[in-house]
Design a protein around this ligand. Structure first.
Ligand code: 8S8
Length: 112
């Protein structure tokens, strides 16, 4: 963990990635939910999303949040976004987590 990164929000969700060829969602990892964090680096003035499996700390999501990201709050507990190459989804454990995450993500997308 880069010490200069601020944790903007942290929640529990299952990270998913859409397989366009098979037209289906795949879990980024096999075992359960991950801790998903939105981080801000004051050093580089960039934001990123990081997801680590709660069970074994495996990193399942780790990418910068750039201007081009399109974010969609598809349901009260499932949000998805696409960048140039992939489509990701988060199945949140609670509507509150989803709301908090979505609000933070929308604020970030106004600033990148
Ligand atoms: C213009 C654009 O990019 N549109 C994208 C969406 C988008 C819009 C705007 C900005 C960014 C993005 Cl990303 C699009 O439509 N996409 C992105 C890839 C997939 C999809 C295309 C088709 C399928 C049809 C069904 C639907 C879907 O996946 N719904 C979910 C669902 O079936 N599941 C997930 C949960 C709940 C549901 C909500 C959990 C697991 C599975 C399940 O419930 O078992 N789809 C999509 O969302």
């Amino acid at each position: 963990n880069n010490p200069k990164e601020d944790i903007l929000t942290s929640c529990k969700a299952t990270a998913m990635i859409y397989n366009d060829a098979q037209k289906k969602w795949l879990h980024c990892a096999s075992n359960g939910p991950a801790k998903i964090q939105l981080l801000y680096s004051s050093e580089t003035q960039t934001y990123r999303i990081v997801g680590r499996q709660i069970q074994d700390h495996e990193v399942v999501l780790n990418h910068s949040i750039s201007k081009g990201i399109k974010y969609n709050q598809a349901t009260p507990t499932f949000h998805q976004w696409r960048d140039q190459s992939s489509v990701y989804g988060l199945n949140f454990s609670s509507k509150l987590d989803a709301q908090e995450f979505g609000t933070t993500m929308m604020k970030i997308l106004e600033n990148v």
